[in-house]
Write a protein that binds this ligand. Structure first.
Ligand SMILES: Cc1cc2nc3c(=O)[nH]c(=O)nc-3n(C[C@H](O)[C@H](O)[C@H](O)COP(=O)(O)OP(=O)(O)OC[C@H]3O[C@@H](n4cnc5c(N)ncnc54)[C@H](O)[C@@H]3O)c2cc1C
Length: 400
């Protein structure tokens, strides 16, 4: 039987061949996503009983790194989808029921996960212009509407907006629904594509161009079952106690991007012949040292990431697991940006020419440190904990 990593390895080769044609016009990578839909990988984290592969966080990390070595943007779209399916699948039934989740929520969850195993793809719409990704500062609101909810607001960035089947939308309780600044009661809703979602073509960035991370305006009515976890006000609490799908999932993408930078530099240097250097640039000592340092840095980030993944599968929510989660994101983002910059310098102008593979990887890698939590925020969470303060309550900034 073909394993998820074998499928991902095959897909990554094809994605790499198409990456430039999606990057240049900042186009949604439709052909890659069609391949993902057909491959079964969208069901990687879906339980076997619902037709999926029953994978855990470590499986996600292995697959996402491979996809990112082919095309960072497509891997980032896969990451968003995995965050939705992974967090949905991981809600323990006992816990959810004890918090008040109904049979309707479990039936809806099964439907959403089964559809993913059959090729449905989901995105995440948290970020707002005024709030960034800080859940506690969301301005999008929800209120009761008949048996369900009405969600109204504007999201400034959502990878795959307009191309996916459903979106995980973060919103706060509207004042008429009892929300206040002190108690914003932030919740996640799964909103199907279609009426009530207007996407604007706003995405033309420096890197990760082929993610179609457009803005969207929402005024939608959803059934009660669309409330993630079946209980209001869980979003901020879960981001504190189980941050893996908000934090470490990005790390896998950027470790893959970092490894792609080293691979591509090695390929380029192997072919680059310069007069006077027998065997080309790879004979130059400091070139080899830079590649060696980059290789060691990427491997270190990978080991930290895979350690975090093992902890997430074994002890999700444990304080040590959560520190490992933030370490993985911090190191992955910083390593991707630093290694891609160093490899570019090593390879010279050939790597900076528009259209060269390393030039695209360099631009993609620069998004690593600023994806949530940004490197500064992740470092602050870790530093706060190391100084014996409460990372979520002990300082005047809040990561979420
Ligand atoms: C390629 C790409 C794809 C993306 N896809 C998605 C997506 O699918 N869905 C989605 O919801 N978002 C997405 N985002 C948006 C991403 O989550 C945001 O970039 C992020 O939320 C930060 O918002 P901002 O960049 O506007 O930074 P700002 O909010 O302007 O903040 C700038 C920096 O200041 C710091 N900062 C600001 N305020 C605070 C504070 N109160 N406490 C601590 N630090 C603070 C942060 O470090 C931040 O990096 C994507 C971004 C990129 C680059």
């Amino acid at each position: 039987m073909t394993t998820p990593t074998q499928i991902a390895e095959d897909l990554a080769t094809t994605f790499a061949e198409r990456a430039a044609e999606h990057d240049v016009p900042a186009a949604f990578p439709r052909a890659d996503v069609d391949d993902l839909r057909r491959s079964g990988l969208l069901g990687l984290l879906v339980p076997v009983e619902q037709g999926g592969m029953g994978g855990g966080f470590a499986d996600y990390v292995a697959v996402a790194q491979l996809l990112a070595r082919g095309a960072g943007s497509t891997a980032l779209l896969f990451n968003m989808h995995a965050s939705v399916t992974g967090s949905l699948a991981a809600v323990p039934e006992d816990l959810a029921r004890s918090l008040g989740a109904t049979d309707g929520f479990f039936a809806h969850r099964e439907k959403v996960l089964t559809a993913a195993a059959q090729g449905a793809m989901y995105g995440v719409a948290i970020t707002e212009r005024e709030a960034g990704s800080r859940l506690s500062a969301m301005q999008t609101t929800y209120a009761r509407n008949g048996d369900g909810y009405r969600v109204v607001g504007h999201k400034s960035v959502c990878s795959g907006a307009g191309h996916l089947d459903q979106y995980l939308v973060a919103a706060r309780a509207a004042p008429e629904h009892g929300g206040t600044d002190d108690q914003p009661r932030v919740s996640h809703f799964l909103v199907p594509a279609g009426a009530g979602i207007e996407v604007a073509d706003t995405w033309d960035p420096h890197g990760m161009r082929a993610t179609a991370s457009n803005s969207m305006t929402l005024d939608v009515c959803v059934p009660a079952d669309a409330l993630l976890g079946g209980v209001e006000g869980l979003a901020v609490i879960l981001s504190h106690v189980m941050p893996q799908w908000l934090v470490a999932s990005y790390a896998a993408v950027y470790v893959g991007v970092a490894r792609a930078a080293v691979d591509e530099a090695a390929r380029y240097l192997g072919e680059r012949v310069v007069t006077g250097e027998r065997g080309g640039l790879r004979q130059v000592g400091f070139v080899r040292s830079r590649v060696g340092r980059a290789d060691a840095d990427v491997e270190a980030a990978r080991l930290v990431l895979e350690d975090a993944a093992r902890r997430i599968d074994a002890a999700p929510g444990d304080p040590e697991t959560n520190r490992a989660v933030y370490r993985a994101k911090l190191l992955a983002g910083d390593t991707a940006a630093a290694v891609a910059a160093s490899m570019t310098e090593t390879c010279g102008l050939g790597a900076l020419r528009r259209g060269s593979t390393l030039e695209r990887i360099l631009r993609d890698a620069r998004s690593g440190p600023l994806m949530p939590p940004s490197s500064d925020v992740a470092a602050d969470v870790l530093g706060t904990a190391a100084l014996g303060l409460d990372p979520f309550d002990g300082t005047d900034i809040t990561p979420w």
